[in-house]
Design a protein around this ligand. Structure first.
Ligand code: ZN
Length: 62
């Protein structure tokens, strides 16, 4: 599995279907074979980055 944002393979598991990219510090969640990307803001809230990626970039082959 690679981060679609920075192409890093340095991805750590932080929960069930939840991952964290140490390359660009975003959270990745897998739902129904699709990646959902979130950036953690300074106040701890999450903002979605899904709009920045095409659907095929977020598809995951398990
Ligand atoms: Zn990344």
């Amino acid at each position: 599995m690679r981060c679609p944002n920075c192409k890093s393979k340095d991805i750590g598991k932080i929960g069930t279907s939840q991952y964290y990219c140490w390359g660009c510090f975003i959270e990745l969640t897998i739902t129904d074979g699709q990646l959902h990307l979130h950036q953690v803001e300074v106040d701890g809230s999450l903002s979605s980055l899904d709009d920045l990626f095409a659907e095929e970039e977020r598809n995951i082959d398990l």
